[in-house]
Design a protein around this ligand. Structure first.
Ligand code: GLA
Length: 364
């Protein structure tokens, strides 16, 4: 009713725009995050094909101008058998982006998790040789990057190669055990050869913890000094109410940018629980709730983080949220299965949370 009345009073496209804004699921504002940040950086979101339909699809178009496939391009899902690729999900995300003029970040080409079963074994069931593994990496990267050439502007080439133990440097993954450091160098070289125009990223988590900032810097410096084609670094930004501090975030951005690299926030969420790495069961009495106290802390953290990001707009070329809204977040399952989390800017009904208004409330 309200929409019809408004439309009567206005003419042409203006009425249409307002009607659309009011009927779009979730927020009643016509503008979305992407519009508020248009002079800063693109604002992206991690998606699965099911998010691109209906109300959620419209909502994504209202708020975001970049997408990252949450799982569809990881090696396990997209390359389940050595001679078979599964393109459907990745294609549908790229097609949606093309149709609506969104950017796409490719995620990811080389990671120790979500790998297909065949990858590290040869035809006799023994562990592959370095030569064969690098050939497989080459063929995988060439096939995937080529398919989306010109449609994907950036790739997370190597994901999480630094060890979790601060005493160690590189993670002792099968990639590392079989190839040593070469798998990192080769992954970047293959990706660059396959699409010289794509912006190539090293992507990792907890990058703002000072000890990890150092180790990531060490790796990046080695690559840059050796003229390996890496152009940018992704701070995954699976953050919490406790970390990072504004100073840690600033130091990290400055340190990586000092190598001449661009920086993106690639997987942003602000968990209401402290970081834990190991999976564990739900504890008795533990229930997921966004209490007023946690909500206030989350508002403050989002405000602080975006203030810093805006200050560094010259080096930051994108900010991507990891999932659309608190309706679904990977943190509902990880690390505690069944513990509800509320890490995003929109609630389960796609309505903006208070933190949203802090993020868009600045002098444009
Ligand atoms: C890492 C990966 C992402 C995703 C998250 C959990 O950060 O880079 O692809 O798997 O873990 O969703």
């Amino acid at each position: 009713m309200k929409i019809r009345l408004t439309a009567l009073l206005l003419t042409g496209s203006m009425a249409l725009q307002i009607a659309q804004a009011q009927t779009t699921a979730g927020t009643k504002v016509g503008k979305g995050l992407k519009d508020y940040y248009k002079n800063y950086f693109p604002i992206g979101v991690a998606v699965a094909p099911r998010h691109l339909q209906g109300d959620e699809g419209k909502f994504i178009l209202q708020q975001f101008n970049s997408v990252t496939p949450e799982n569809a391009m990881k090696m396990g899902p997209i390359h389940p058998q050595e001679d078979r690729y599964f393109w459907r999900d990745a294609d549908s995300i790229v097609n949606f982006a093309q149709k609506h003029g969104l950017r796409v970040r490719g995620h990811n080409l080389c990671w120790h998790e979500q790998t297909p079963n065949w990858l590290f074994k040869d035809s006799t069931g023994k562990q592959v040789s370095k030569k064969l593994l690098l050939k497989r990496l080459h063929d995988h990267i060439f096939t995937v990057v080529n398919r989306y050439k010109g449609k994907i502007y950036a790739w997370d080439v190597v994901n999480e190669a630094i060890d979790d133990d601060p005493k160690n440097f590189l993670r002792n993954s099968l990639w590392y055990q079989i190839c040593g450091e070469d798998f990192i160098v080769k992954a970047f070289e293959y990706a660059h050869e396959a699409d010289p125009k794509a912006v190539l990223f090293y992507n990792d988590y907890n990058t703002e913890r000072p000890e990890k900032t150092k180790r990531v810097y060490k790796l990046l410096k080695k690559l840059v000094d050796a003229k390996v084609p890496v152009q940018a670094v992704g701070l995954q930004a699976h953050w919490s109410l406790q970390e990072p501090s504004a100073t840690e975030l600033r130091n990290t951005i400055q340190k990586f940018a000092s190598l001449g690299l661009k920086v993106q926030i690639t997987e942003l969420d602000v968990s209401i629980y402290p970081w834990e790495k190991e999976r564990r069961p739900l504890r008795p009495g533990e229930k997921g709730e966004l209490t007023p106290d946690l909500e206030q802390k989350q508002i403050a953290k989002y405000k602080e983080v975006f203030e810093v990001l805006r200050q560094y707009k010259r080096v930051i070329t994108g900010v991507t949220f990891w999932n659309v809204s608190d309706r679904y977040t990977w943190l509902d399952e990880y690390p505690v299965r069944g513990r509800k989390n509320f890490p995003l800017l929109f609630d389960a009904n796609l309505l903006p949370k208070k933190a949203y208004y802090e993020v868009i409330n600045f002098k444009k």
